[in-house]
Structures are given as structure tokens and as C-alpha cells.
Design a binder for this molecule. Structure first.
Ligand SMILES: *Cc1c(COP(=O)(O)O)cnc(C)c1O
Length: 421
């Protein structure tokens, strides 16, 4: 099935005279016909449900749908994108381990990796997205366990050279994990380029309507955990009646281990209700992404003709330094998010923001409605102009998340707001 079909038909499949819409299984517990049936589930928890901290039929249907859309063997919903990235790392790294991450990824991820995981004894080295093979080798340590990146970074829109990083990781017998939030499987399916694990903040385009915070981890099933570098996949797990994940679950070892150890112990499975809301978003994701990309391209083209605009960053705009990478990995569009800078001091961009009538001024991104944010006046407000520049942010930078309003209305709004600058 093609993606549009999977978005509608993947996951829940009703039987005869069963509900057409996916039911919300609002239950913490499950009933068994005998003590034996119940005991069997404790031996083989993947064959049913025990408790809704570990799995639930509704979350399970949505996991199946997302796994199918990404082309993976299994998926695991989490209560946020932060929880997805945390678990994706913790399922491989323990105290004393190290991993590599490309610079420029989402700020929350940087904080998680550089500050919080460090407190747990897991160290991260940030490498340039443009790093050469030699530079990557130099950052590698004997205890490096994985490489992490984002397909299209939030908010700098750096396109990841997935084949380069996946190839490097595999050469050293470690997996490559990629956060595919901004691209979604509609614009890029990282497994096709060698990524092993995909994560998402489903809070962004997947939900798309700004109603539910969530995340997901998807397992390609392609990484060989038995290569000698990952004893926790091949040796018995004492907390789970001595099971050896790689031997017992084969291609699904990573995702089953993640549920059995981390979802069980950290308790970050979303509710059935939230999974249902996410599913409503997923159903229209392919249609929405196409329209977001079309509208964003027109806004980017318009902005690049404006006198008052210093630069426009939209990877698929001809002449953009990342054009070739974007053509390779995101040939059908590079999302609704554009960054551009208004000439002059930060007050100029603030005036533009104040003058917007349609675009909402919010910290959110990747929503069905057009949103705008000026980092220098909000998320990076405490920094001087010099500090901003060092971080690649100009005082007049605007992160513009193009929504699905009529393109003529969006363009007219941008035009009249620029006139007020
Ligand atoms: C928002 C975001 C996250 C964090 O997700 P939450 O759902 O807010 O926890 C992680 N990665 C990327 C790329 C994001 O945009």
C-alpha cells in the first residue's frame, strides 16, 4: 500500500460488524479466561495486553500504522518527543557510554543530551553536520554506542546527509538514529537511506492540529544487535525472566526491549485517548504535508523578492546551499517551515510580528495554521546581538511555519506586515 492508503488503512482493521472508526480502549487492565491464559501472557507479553502502562490496544493500532508508514518492523508511542529521544538512547546506552550527535538539532534535544544525560553518566559529543569521515573518526571513542541526527533540523533547517552518517555508524558496528519530526514519512523515509531507528515528536505535523503532545520510536529491524557490541541484546535480562532479546524477538529486538524495560520502568506510554487524537492527524498527514510544502514554497519565493528581507532559508529554494541534499532526501518538499531575516535591528522584525493578522504568534511549529516566531525577541531574548550571531541567529530572524490557509491570504498578510516595517 502507498503512504496515503497506509495513513487511512494502516493499524486498526475492523472485523465483521465492528466499529468503522478506531475504538478508544479506555481501560487500565485486561481480563483473562483462566489463570493459565494470564500466566502465558507474562511469559509472552507481546501476544496480548497486561496493563496500560506497558501496552493498550488503541496505542497499539497507532503504533502499527506509524511503523507501516515509516517501513519499520515495530513502533512505540511515548508521551512526548523528548521521551521518544530519551528512550531511544537509553535503550542502547548505559552509564559510562558515549554517543555522537550532529550540531544544530532541536534545543530540547541538545539540553537532554548535553546536560541531563550527562548527569546519568552518558556523554554526547556534537559533530558538525558537514563533518568529514576523518573528523567523525576523531570524535569516535571505544565506548561510542550510536550516532544521532535530525532529517531536517528545528529551526535551522539543516538537511542531514543520512547515507553519510548511517554509513559511518555501520562501518563501526553501531546504529544510526534519526529524528524525522519535520520531514515525516511523507517527505522522507530514513530507513530507505540506511537509518536504523527513527524518532518523532508527533506533537508537530503528525498530530498537526496542536491538540496533543506525543512522540514515537520506530525500529527498522535492520540493525544486527548480535555483532558483539551490544551484550544487553544478547545476554539474559534478569528483569524479564532471563530473556535474550535478539535471540527471542529477532528483528523486533530493539523495540520489544524498549517496551519491556523502559516503557515498563519509566511509565511514558500515552493514553488511549491521546493515541486516538494522534490517529486523526495521521489520517490526513500525506494530504496536509503536500499542501504545507506547496504553500511554503510560494511564501519562500515571494520573500526572496522582498527588499526588506535579508535572506530566506528554505532548502528547496534554488540557490540554497543545501539544495542538492534537499533534492536527494526531500524531493517532494521540505515541510512548511521557512526561516528568513528582516533587515535592520530586532525591533524591525518585532514590528513585522505585531503587524501580522493571520499568522499566529506562538512558540509552536508545524501546525495546520500559519505561525511565526522571532527567536531574538522570545526564545533567545536574553542574548546580545553578538551572542545571537555566534549561534547563527540574526536579530531579524523569523521562523515561519506555513499553514494551510489560502495561499493568497498568507501572502497578503506577509506583504502588509512587511510594509509596516
Ligand atoms: C519538538 C521537537 C522535539 C520534542 O518534542 P516534544 O513533543 O515537544 O517533547 C524533538 N525533536 C524535534 C525535531 C522537535 O521539533
Amino acid at each position: 500500500m502507498k503512504l496515503e492508503t497506509l495513513a487511512l488503512r494502516g493499524g486498526y482493521q475492523p472485523g465483521n460488524a465492528e466499529p468503522h472508526a478506531m475504538p478508544i480502549y479506555q481501560s487500565t487492565t485486561y481480563e483473562y479466561t483462566s489463570a493459565d491464559e494470564m500466566a502465558h501472557l507474562f511469559d509472552e507479553p507481546t501476544e496480548g495486553h497486561i496493563y496500560s502502562r506497558i501496552s493498550n490496544p488503541t496505542t497499539g493500532f497507532v503504533e502499527q500504522k506509524i511503523a507501516a508508514m515509516e517501513g519499520g518492523v515495530g513502533a512505540l508511542l511515548t508521551t512526548s518527543g523528548q521521551a521518544a529521544n530519551l528512550l531511544a538512547i537509553m535503550n542502547i546506552c548505559k552509564s559510562g557510554d558515549h554517543f555522537l550527535c550532529t550540531a544544530g538539532v532541536y534545543g530540547g534535544t541538545v539540553n537532554l543530551f548535553a546536560v541531563t544525560l550527562k548527569r546519568f553518566g552518558i556523554e554526547c559529543t556534537f559533530v558538525s553536520p558537514d563533518a568529514t569521515e576523518d573528523e567523525l573518526e576523531a570524535a569516535l571513542r571505544p565506548n561510542t554506542r550510536l550516532v544521532f541526527s535530525e532529517t531536517l533540523t528545528n529551526p535551522a533547517l539543516i538537511v542531514c546527509d543520512i547515507e553519510k552518517f548511517a554509513g559511518f555508524a555501520h562501518k563501526h558496528g553501531i546504529p544510526f538514529i534519526i529524528d524525522n519530526t519535520f520531514a515525516t514519512p511523507v517527505l522522507c523515509r530514513p530507513f530507505e537511506f540506511g537509518a536504523d531507528i527513527v524518532t518523532h515528536s508527533t506533537t508537530k505535523y503528525m498530530d498537526g492540529h496542536a491538540v496533543v503532545v506525543g512522540g514515537v520510536i520506530v525500529d527498522s529491524g535492520n540493525f544486527d544487535w548480535t555483532n558483539g557490541n551490544f551484550p544487553e541484546f544478547t545476554e539474559p535480562d534478569a528483569s524479564y525472566h532471563g530473556i535474550c532479546y535478539a535471540e527471542h524477538y529477532g528483528k523486533a529486538a530493539y523495540i520489544v526491549k524498549c517496551r519491556m524495560q523502559l516503557i515498563r520502568d519509566f511509565g511514558v506510554l500515552p493514553s488511549a485517548q491521546d493515541a486516538f487524537l494522534l490517529d486523526l492527524g495521521l489520517q490526513t498527514l500525506p494530504v496536509r504535508m503536500k499542501a504545507h510544502c506547496e504553500n511554503a514554497m510560494k511564501v519562500a519565493q515571494y520573500l526572496s523578492t522582498c527588499e526588506k528581507v535579508e535572506f530566506v532559508n528554505y532548502p528547496l529554494l534554488p540557490g540554497n546551499p543545501q539544495y542538492d541534499l534537499a533534492k536527494k532526501y526531500l524531493p517532494n518538499g521540505c515541510s512548511g517551515v521557512i526561516s528568513f531575516s528582516i533587515k535592520g535591528p530586532r525591533e524591525n522584525a518585532a514590528r513585522f510580528m505585531d503587524a501580522l493578522n493571520i499568522a499566529s504568534v506562538v512558540t509552536h511549529v508545524a501546525d495546520i495554521r500559519t505561525l511565526a516566531l522571532q527567536p531574538a525577541n522570545t526564545t533567545h531574548r536574553q542574548l546580545t546581538d553578538e551572542q545571537l550571531k555566534a549561534g547563527g541567529i540574526t536579530p531579524g530572524l523569523i521562523r515561519f511555519s506555513t499553514g494551510l490557509e489560502n495561499i493568497d491570504d498568507i501572502l497578503a498578510d506577509v506583504k502588509q506586515a512587511l510594509e509596516k516595517v
